[in-house]
Write a protein that binds this ligand. Structure first.
Ligand SMILES: [Zn+2]
Length: 215
């Protein structure tokens, strides 16, 4: 098996893909139209990309008011990313939490679980590629919108602060790297659950059914 399937970087924390994602999202409304039969033969990245794409299309379908891909903007993409937070597995401390800024809190707290920045970043990369592979024009690619990049950077910065983790992993600095190697080392050991573990999928594990605030 060829691991270098075009994604460029080697992702260490890639768990087995959450194969229930497609089914979980499609089953409520009937999955007659699109059944991903060919995913078995695709590489993990490709099948993950396809699942992400189908998830996004499903999201558009369920959107209120209705939304088509052609009218989808960066703002909608950001809305989608926020929607995904309910499936997140990464504890992000609020500013009032005593463990704000602590990478390894000594006790549990009530702070929300969110999607790790690394997961969202990888997801956007896959969706951006999928959009163009499905006929979208690069210049109108909502996943490449500036607003999305800014949003991702904000998530990255705020999560780094809240979790006490500097996201310096995977950053290849060839020339003029100003980051001390000590922080990179620290990130490598502690950030695995967040930035590294996200490539297996956004919606996974037990959170298979979208549950919207019934509390
Ligand atoms: Zn907390």
């Amino acid at each position: 098996m060829d691991l270098a399937s075009g994604s460029g970087s080697h992702d260490p924390g890639e768990p087995p893909g959450p194969s229930q994602l497609g089914g979980a999202v499609e089953s409520p409304t009937g999955r007659s139209r699109l059944q991903a039969t060919a995913t078995q033969s695709l590489s993990r990245y490709e099948s993950q990309k396809r699942r992400d794409w189908n998830t996004f299309l499903q999201y558009l379908k369920n959107h209120k008011p209705p939304l088509t891909l052609a009218r989808c903007s960066g703002a909608h993409v950001i809305e989608f990313l926020k929607y995904l937070d309910q499936f997140g597995k990464t504890k992000v401390h609020v500013t009032g939490c005593p463990y704000f800024g602590y990478p390894n809190p000594p006790a549990p707290c009530a702070c929300p679980l969110k999607q790790a920045w690394g997961s969202l970043d990888a997801l956007i990369g896959r969706l951006r590629a999928a959009y163009e592979e499905n006929g979208g024009q690069p210049e109108s690619n909502p996943f490449g919108a500036r607003a999305v990049r800014i949003y991702l950077r904000e998530v990255k910065d705020s999560q780094a602060k809240a979790r006490g983790i500097p996201y310096e992993k995977k950053k290849r600095k060839r020339a003029g790297g100003s980051t001390p190697s000590t922080t990179a080392k620290a990130a490598n050991t502690s950030v695995d659950d967040g930035a590294g573990g996200g490539d297996g999928g956004i919606i996974s594990s037990s959170d298979s059914a979208p549950v919207t605030s019934t509390l």
